[in-house]
Design a protein around this ligand. Structure first.
Ligand code: BES
Ligand code: MN
Ligand code: ZN
Length: 493
């Protein structure tokens, strides 16, 4: 998508030539973009054809007094218009327009948001709406907003605006990268292919890259990771990416993402219904890779290590069995009660390895439990943290992204549910509090290192179209991972 910033007075807005001029509007015709536009918009208000409700869209052809071919009013709603609301509005407008084959969108940045914030919401919102999940259709829709213009007040600071636009393009690219990967079917995105895609990305943006294969993993003692992989004919890989933006010996953020390219459940096999969705069980890994792409492009002054353990979870003749005991890299022994609780196994070794490589702060993203979807539905992701101060830093970062997440507790009493009988720790803690016992399992491998765990099982995939986004991979929590890195980079300087 080609993006252009225009700095215009209200009078100039009337003479902007475009396929579609988009303006945020409330209960009454918008005044901020000049009298000509207000007059044109007014014709949509009688009979409640448009009344300014949140996400409502009103389209007018050949608006009188404007040079634009169409005027699209986008409802601001009763609640305040923040970055999230504008992000969604921009996406909804783009989806309506591209659905009609319109390729150009010119959006007026609304008053009430700083220009940089508005630019970011509009650029990332439209780019996000441009995504279509039809990768392998013989005839792809190929309907896109190819050219986006953002209209800013004539006196807005050009430099700030241009920086915001450049950064927004980086964020959008990172999210798009994550969504493309998460959408790939298991047969096309095997662990090997995921590793190749990561390597190509790392090379393109100057990140250090290393692939740990099964042999090296065995040498390193990654018994939990290999236990999951042993049932599959596809070889596992653990990707390690590094961005050295900070001082040597300075704080290092470890990003860890679950990369199960297909989760059948293994011997504790899943029911057939919706098992196809388990191709997205690498969405956390995809978000991690997307975030690394952005961290490199933004040249953040922070050291970052990303680790993405990738494997299939399959029921093969060599697959691990319920009752098996595995030895993790940390030395802890794990009693396998259910082979479908595989994510925590591969993350246990990845988290441990990240600490060994020098990570001083950890965040992992994983489609870890169905239980978090029971708790929070598809609206909020689950957040767990072992330190309140690090959580506060995280929350400040997350709030800027519009990605909804809600903190759930860690507590030693939940950890009691996963005390082992034959080995140190059980890989499942029974039915109750399943998202929390999964988090407590990971907790056992991070020690005292400040750590955040994101359970994104309910938020990385949309099962139904939303006005602002098609069904399919959402890209969450790519933005949040990037913002956390930005927050830490800013704190250390
Ligand atoms: N990948 C699944 C979790 C999942 C479920 C993600 C639904 C997205 C949507 C994970 O590996 C899993 O199977 N978890 C089990 C754990 C249980 C066996 C303790 C679950 O949630 O059922
Ligand atoms: Mn599973
Ligand atoms: Zn899984």
């Amino acid at each position: 998508m080609d993006t252009e910033l225009l700095f215009l007075t209200p009078a100039q807005i009337a003479s902007a030539e475009t396929e579609a001029l988009v303006v945020v509007a409330g209960k009454t015709p918008p005044q901020e973009a000049g009298p000509a536009l207000a007059a044109a918009a007014a014709s949509l208000y009688p009979n409640d054809e448009f009344s300014g409700k949140a996400l409502e869209l009103g389209l007018l052809h050949h608006p009188r007094g404007l040079q634009a071919q169409r005027l699209l009013l986008a409802g601001r709603g009763e609640a305040g218009l923040g970055a999230l609301e504008l992000w969604r509005l921009a996406g909804a407008a783009a989806r309506l327009l591209k659905g009609k084959g319109i390729k150009q969108m010119t959006a007026v940045a609304p008053e009430g948001l700083a220009p940089a914030e508005a630019i970011r919401a509009i650029v990332t919102g439209v780019d996000s709406a441009n995504f279509d999940p039809d990768t392998y259709k013989s005839e792809r829709k190929q309907r896109q907003i190819a050219k986006l213009q953002v209209i800013l007040p004539a006196n807005a600071d050009k430099k700030t605006a241009e920086t915001a636009a450049r950064e927004a393009a980086i964020l959008a690219g990172a999210q798009g990268f994550a969504r493309e990967l998460a959408n790939e079917p298991g047969n096309r995105l095997t662990p090997t292919v995921m590793g190749q895609r990561a390597q190509a990305m790392a090379k393109a943006c100057g990140l250090e890259f290393e692939l740990i294969g099964a042999e090296k993993a065995r040498e390193l003692g990654m018994g939990a990771f290999l236990a999951v992989a042993q049932g599959s004919a596809e070889p596992p890989v653990m990707m390690v990416l590094r961005h050295r933006g900070g001082a040597a010996g300075g704080p290092t953020l470890g990003l860890i993402g679950k990369g199960v390219t297909f989760d059948s459940g293994g011997i504790s096999i899943k029911p057939a219904d919706k098992m196809d969705l388990m191709k997205f069980d690498m969405a956390g890994g995809a978000a991690t890779l997307g975030a690394m792409q952005a961290i490199a492009a933004l040249k953040l002054p922070l050291n970052v290590i990303a680790i993405v353990p990738a494997t299939e979870n399959m029921p093969g003749g060599r697959a691990q069995k319920p009752g098996d005991v595995q030895t993790a890299m940390s030395g802890k022994t794990i009693e396998i009660l259910n082979t479908d609780a595989e994510g925590r196994l591969i993350l246990a070794d990845a988290l441990h390895y990240a600490r060994q490589l020098g990570a001083t702060h950890l965040i992992d993203a994983a489609t870890l439990t169905g239980a978090v979807v029971v708790a929070l539905g598809n609206v909020h992701g689950g957040v767990f943290a072992n330190r309140d101060d690090f959580y506060a830093v995280f929350e400040a970062a997350r709030r800027r992204t519009g990605e909804k997440m809600w903190r759930l507790p860690l507590d030693a009493e939940y950890a009691d549910q996963i005390k082992g009988t034959v080995g140190d720790i059980l890989n499942t803690g029974g039915r109750w509090g399943g998202a929390i016992t999964a988090a407590e399992f990971l907790h056992a491998f991070v020690g005292e290192t400040p750590w955040i765990h994101l359970d994104i099982a309910g938020t990385a995939w949309l099962e139904e179209n939303k006005p602002w986004m098609p069904k399919g991979p959402t890209g969450a929590p790519t933005y949040t991972l990037i913002e956390l890195a930005r927050e830490l980079a800013a704190a250390k300087n």
